[in-house]
Design a protein around this ligand. Structure first.
Ligand code: KIV
Ligand code: ZN
Length: 529
């Protein structure tokens, strides 16, 4: 593996593609994907560890919470450049610098919508906007020597105007020019040509790095990003699992593995340690509440599963028959050693290590108890079961609402009933409710004990492994006063998993409420003031 640890974009090294991850900004911005402060710090740490060159940690002016997160990520950063987003005004840029300047390698990323539709929003003429770009990029560059500038909706901007404003940004001191396909409109031939032409025709283009930032509305984000690289871009902006607004952004795992597997026709390389991909993918899915689709390239549950007889036969004879990359290359263990009720603490610790979880002694003890409980109910415990157990137990220590017991009666004869015992701030309370099915009865019981107006915007159940004793993973998303919280839980009993996921989401809302205003976005990144 190549370990080029030089994250500063360089025009000298022609084959090195810089990976700019925006999971914590463009990804987190997607409705419902909000992460807590601690989760953002954890994901940033994992991105840094896997070799991401630039982490776009947030949009500091958007809220106090965003500012704190970017600042703390900057303070803790190791190798990665830490970048913050700012609109094209001095106040945004100053706030952004305040947050990122604590990083060893800070970057300011400032942008403005340059297409006719976007120019109409602030009502600026072409000349007025050009002036604004000059003024704001100059200001950013006076604060920081690493400045990225983006003409938002570049792919729908008139060529002449795009070339003109790119030149202005370069002259004002931008070191990276990012070309966003904001609405996922472009196609590979056009994506490559646009970058090629900008590099060939804009004066000064040879002194900056061109970046590509694609959205996936037409399912072409990965193809467009790779085409842009063929056209001369040397920075790809992407997110883990392709998280992002609408259909999402270019998926980091897809571009990294495409460059790795098809180096024969795309002779470029990244500094990413691909064996860390699966772990971070699972963590992002858990903390964002956006489950990865089963057949998603690289990180989907079925991406390396070979179920048909012909495939299995071929795989047994020679894995390369149907596999273009090895599961180990993306951090999937080659053998899924099944754990069971006789497995000890040391085996559990070692298995968790293989899966990328390093637990402290107390966490391990707690998990071991829950692992044994599960093993009593379920004969074989797979990797996915363990991952579900680890992630389900993470918040327990700080929870104000805790389920103590749940009994449900349901069937065809009468309405379902739930008897729930919960502690709320340590005080035990009991509720008995009926409902339209066991989950409804249980959720009503929770609401009786903890009255709230949170709107249930997502309730999703999926089986972690196969069989009738499989654990069900339940995701619940709640919305209250502009705050969104996602809860998850897994159990062999779907109703128990549902109750825990619901209570988990309520606990997260309580944390958000306590930090008044922190996660309420007052400003949209699309408003240009
Ligand atoms: O999609 C987009 O245009 C963006 C910009 C802010 C770079 O995310
Ligand atoms: Zn975007």
């Amino acid at each position: 593996m190549t370990t080029d640890k030089n994250p500063v974009p360089s025009t000298a090294n022609k084959d090195r593609v810089v990976i700019f991850d925006t999971t914590l900004r463009d990804g987190e911005q997607s409705p419902g994907a909000t992460m807590t402060h601690e989760e953002k710090l954890e994901i940033a740490g994992l991105l840094d560890e896997m070799g991401v060159d630039i982490i776009e940690a947030g949009f500091p002016i958007a809220s106090e919470g965003d500012f704190r997160a970017v600042r703390e990520i900057a303070e803790r950063s190791r190798d990665a450049v830490i970048c913050g987003l700012a609109r094209a005004n001095l106040k945004d840029i100053d706030r952004c610098w305040e947050a990122v300047r604590h990083a060893a390698r800070p970057r300011i990323h400032t942008f403005i919508g340059t297409s006719p539709l976007h120019r109409a929003i602030p009502g600026l003429s072409q000349n007025e906007m050009a002036e604004r770009i000059h003024e704001t990029v100059t200001h950013a560059r006076n604060l920081c020597d690493n400045v990225q500038w983006s003409p938002m909706d570049a792919t729908r901007t008139e060529w002449d105007y795009l070339a003109r404003v790119v030149e202005i940004a370069i002259k004002a001191g931008a070191t990276t020019i990012n070309i966003p396909d904001t609405v996922g409109y472009t196609a590979p031939v056009e994506s490559a040509e646009l970058i090629r032409r900008l590099i060939a025709e804009v004066p000064g283009a040879e002194n900056v790095v061109f970046a590509t930032h694609c959205h996936n509305d037409l399912g072409m984000a990965t193809a467009n990003a790779l085409a842009a690289v063929a056209g001369g871009a040397r920075q790809i902006e992407c997110t883990i699992n392709g998280l992002g607004e609408r259909a999402g952004n270019t998926a980091l795992e897809e571009v990294v593995m495409a460059l790795k597997v098809r180096g024969d026709i795309m002779p470029y390389y990244t500094g990413i340690d691909s064996t860390k991909i699966m772990h971070i993918s699972r963590r992002v899915a858990t903390v964002s509440g956006f489950a990865v689709q089963y057949n998603k390239a690289i990180v989907g549950k079925n991406a390396f599963a070979h179920e048909s007889g012909i495939h299995q036969d071929g795989m047994l004879k020679n894995a390369e028959t149907f596999e273009i990359m090895r599961p180990e290359d993306v951090g999937l263990s080659a053998t899924n050693i099944v754990m069971g009720k006789h497995s000890g603490r040391a085996a559990l610790r070692s298995k968790l290590r293989d899966l990328g979880f390093e637990l402290g002694e107390n966490q391990l003890n707690d998990l071991f108890v829950r692992f044994k409980e599960l093993a009593d109910r379920k004969k074989e415990i797979y990797d996915e079961d363990l991952i579900a157990l680890v992630t389900a137990g993470e918040d327990a220590a700080r929870d104000r609402l805790v389920i103590r017991s749940l009994r449900v009666v349901c069937g065809t004869e009468r309405p379902a009933e739930a008897e729930l015992v919960m502690t709320i701030d340590g005080v035990e309370k009991t509720a008995h409710e009926t409902g339209d099915g066991p989950v409804d009865a249980t959720f009503r019981a929770v609401r009786k004990l903890h009255p709230n107006d949170a709107h249930l915007s997502l309730y999703q159940v999926s089986a972690v492994t196969e069989g009738t004793d499989a654990q069900a993973t339940v995701s619940v998303r709640l919305e209250e006063d502009g705050n969104i919280a996602t809860g998850q839980s897994a159990d062999t009993d779907t109703v128990v998993a549902s109750a825990r996921a619901y209570v988990n989401a309520l606990n997260r809302l309580l944390v958000r409420r306590a930090r008044t205003g922190e996660d309420t976005r007052e400003i949209s990144y699309k408003d240009v003031s």
